[in-house]
Design a binder for this molecule. Structure first.
Ligand SMILES: C[S@@+](CC[C@H](N)C(=O)[O-])C[C@H]1O[C@@H](n2cnc3c(N)ncnc32)[C@H](O)[C@@H]1O
Length: 447
């Protein structure tokens, strides 16, 4: 999917909206997904432009900052982050879009002139013009990994340590926008019919991935409202890697299933789509996020038992009835989905990881006794860090006598961008395939 857009929306202050989104992320710690409503209200074309700018600046943030620095006589004060970001939005467009140079400069300067910081207009003008003149030399002058790969140093260090052969490819994969992938609801439609509907109604094509049968990767992202059958529940938006969870857990008729970190319900829905005759408890610590499970259920046609509770505080919610299958899609660093959520690079901190590892371990340890002998538990993260994945599961297996690792059949996995050495399966993000995920299937020994 290309970042290149050349339209020049001028009726709607798209760059100003992108700036406000960036300020919310960087000053208030809001996630891009929590700010989705700011673009949902716009015409699809304008919304796409705002998303391209806000996601793009966060995707290349460290690099854009490094390019800006030599163009400034002195750093701006923290209270002028809006001016700094206006220049980064400009640099991003100059480097990664087809918006003509003159239009980028003109829009940035006009925006500053309209603001209460008119004093900055000449500086913004000079910086962007100098960048246009010196772009290649400035890019060639990038020295640090942080600037070259546009990631915070702590993520680079962790990936180098965990994946010495792959770290550079992983960082590069995070810099291309993720494709839009659908999961066709096989209870309501089928892939062949849906491909036809895409072609006939939207002139869109889509690709399938080997071994992920309900996934369609669209040739171009579209607003869901423009795609056939969204309100009728024909499809959901879900990365192909995430679609493996339900596939690996293989719900069977009559299964009693716990989805212990369920919201917003993407994997819950897929479990029902594979086997409607299940009894599923969808638990999440966030009552607000759990509402999304309910909404998804209404659209897609399933009704789990919903419980807002801490999965690890078993006494507060469990009725004592053991489960055949448990899905633990635990909270994690989300380091595998940075290409889809580039704000993660600014919002996560190095010292979040240990706390996450402890929370994941607690949820895993407390959930294990709820599984029937002979039952299966799927541990899942969207992380690339071994501490949350392979090391977590190796520790659990060493300390849990009745647990064994079940091999995930190769036929149930995509054929590229996976790593199966160590416990479980690691999926790596790669353009036009899937995000980074980790899965480990655990069996409880009977008797
Ligand atoms: C990776 S997301 C789950 C995504 C979901 N399975 C899906 O496919 O749509 C992790 C979820 O864990 C929830 N969570 C975090 N700590 C929890 C806890 N102690 N108990 C239960 N849920 C928790 C978060 O609120 C979040 O919704």
């Amino acid at each position: 999917m290309s970042n290149k857009q050349n339209h020049l929306p001028d009726n709607v202050p798209t760059r100003k909206i992108a700036l406000n989104i960036l300020l919310e992320v960087l000053q208030q710690g809001q996630s891009l997904s929590s700010l989705k409503h700011l673009t949902d209200k716009l015409e699809p074309r304008d919304g796409a432009f705002v998303r391209m700018l806000s996601f793009g600046v966060l995707r290349f943030y460290q690099q854009l900052q490094a390019l800006l620095k030599p163009l400034m006589k002195k750093p701006l004060k923290a209270k002028d982050l809006d001016i700094q970001l206006t220049m980064l939005i400009g640099l991003f467009q100059l480097m990664h879009t087809r918006v003509p140079d003159y239009a980028v400069v003109d829009a940035a300067v006009k925006q500053v002139r309209k603001s209460r910081k008119k004093w900055a207009a000449n500086m913004v003008n000079a910086v962007l013009r100098n960048f246009i003149r010196q772009q290649q030399a400035l890019v060639d002058g990038l020295k640090t990994d942080e600037a070259k790969f546009a990631h915070p140093q702590w993520i680079i260090d962790r990936l180098k340590q965990d994946w010495p052969q792959n770290w550079a490819a992983l960082l590069e994969a995070n810099l291309s926008p993720a494709p839009m992938t659908l999961r066709i609801n096989l209870q309501r439609s089928n892939v062949a019919d849906y491909l036809n509907a895409l072609q006939n109604e939207c002139e869109l094509t889509a690709e399938q991935l080997v071994n992920i049968p309900a996934a369609l990767i669209l040739s171009e992202a579209r607003d869901v409202r423009q795609l056939p059958g969204f309100s009728q529940g024909w499809f959901s938006v879900q990365d192909a890697g995430a679609q493996l969870a339900a596939q690996i857990l293989q719900p069977a008729a009559g299964d009693i299933i716990l989805d212990a970190c369920a919201a917003p319900g993407g994997k819950t829905a897929h479990l029902y789509e594979l086997q409607p005759d299940i009894k599923l408890t969808a638990l999440d610590v966030s009552e607000q996020r759990l509402q999304r499970v309910e909404e998804n259920g209404q659209r897609l046609g399933f009704k789990p038992q919903l419980i807002a509770a801490d999965a690890a505080d078993v006494d507060s919610w469990w009725d004592g009835k053991a489960f055949d299958k448990i899905l633990l899609d635990v909270p994690c660093s989300a380091s595998g989905v940075i290409r889809r959520h580039p704000d993660i690079k600014q919002l996560r901190r190095a010292d979040d990881i240990q706390a996450l590892v402890e929370l994941q371990r607690e949820i895993l340890l407390k959930s294990w006794p709820l599984l029937k002998p002979g039952g299966r538990l799927l541990y899942a993260t969207c992380s690339l860090f071994k501490a949350e994945n392979q090391q977590q599961i190796e520790w659990f297996l060493e300390n849990t006598q009745d647990a064994e690792l079940i091999e995930i059949p190769a036929g149930g996995l995509p054929q590229t961008h996976i790593e199966t050495s160590g416990a479980g399966v690691q999926l790596f993000p790669s353009s036009f395939s899937h995000d980074g995920f980790y899965y480990a299937l655990l069996g409880k020994k009977a008797g």
